[in-house]
Write a protein that binds this ligand. Structure first.
Ligand SMILES: Cc1cc2nc3c(=O)[nH]c(=O)nc-3n(C[C@H](O)[C@H](O)[C@H](O)COP(=O)(O)O)c2cc1C
Length: 165
C-alpha cells in the first residue's frame, strides 16, 4: 500500500513528525511511503489515486495552519481515498506540563480548535486525526519541547489498523 505524507512546518517539528511516521510506516508496517513539504508537492505531479492514504500535517502557530497544506487538501480532496490529518500544537500540549489539562483534554482541545473546523470547511472526513508536540523557542532559550516519539508510534499503529480493516 502507498502512503503520501505532506507537511507544512515553520520551526521543523512537523517535518520531524513526518519523517518519523515515514520511518515507522515503512520499516515496521511495510508501507511504501513518500514524504514531501507542501511547497515541493506543488511542483511534482502528484498522482493522488495511487495513494491508499494521504497524511497531511501542519504546524500550528498563533492558531493558524500553514495555509499551503489546507490548499493542498482542497485541491486534491476529490481524488483522495483515505485522509489522515495531524497538527503540531505544542502550545496546547504545554497545558499538560503545566497541569491545567490532562493529555486527553489537551488533544481534544487541539482537535476541536485546529482540525475539526478545517475538515468541516473543506468538507472532508478522515480515518484518523493526530495532535503532536513541538518546540517553542530556540537554544539557549527553549521555553518548552513536548515533541514525543511514543505518540507518533501510537498514531502509526492506529493508522495501520484502520487501513487493514
Ligand atoms: C509564535 C508562536 C505561536 C504559537 N502559537 C501556538 C498556538 O496558537 N497553539 C498551539 O497549540 N501551539 C502554538 N505554538 C507552538 C507550536 O505549535 C510549536 O512551536 C510547533 O513546534 C510548531 O510547529 P513547527 O515546528 O512544525 O513549525 C506557537 C509557537 C510559536 C513560536
Amino acid at each position: 500500500m502507498n502512503i503520501l505524507i505532506v507537511y507544512g512546518t515553520r520551526h521543523g517539528w512537523t517535518q520531524k513528525t513526518a519523517e518519523n511516521l515515514d520511518d515507522i510506516l515503512r520499516n515496521q508496517y511495510n508501507y511504501k511511503v513518500e514524504v514531501t513539504d507542501y511547497k515541493i508537492s506543488k511542483e511534482i505531479k502528484v498522482n493522488m489515486p495511487n495513494y491508499d492514504l494521504v497524511i497531511a500535517g501542519s504546524s500550528i502557530v498563533m492558531g493558524f495552519w500553514k495555509r499551503g497544506v489546507k490548499r493542498f487538501l482542497n485541491k486534491y480532496k476529490k481524488h483522495l481515498r483515505n485522509v489522515a490529518i495531524y497538527v503540531t500544537a505544542g502550545g496546547t500540549l504545554d497545558d499538560v506540563t503545566k497541569g491545567t489539562l490532562t493529555k486527553e483534554e489537551a488533544i481534544q482541545k487541539a482537535k476541536t480548535k485546529y482540525i475539526i473546523p478545517v475538515k468541516n470547511k473543506l468538507g472532508i472526513s478522515t480515518i484518523a486525526d493526530g495532535v503532536f508536540g513541538g518546540q517553542y523557542g530556540k537554544e539557549p532559550k527553549i521555553l518548552f519541547n513536548n515533541w514525543n516519539k511514543e505518540d507518533i508510534k501510537n498514531w502509526a499503529a492506529e493508522l495501520d489498523k484502520k487501513l487493514k480493516k
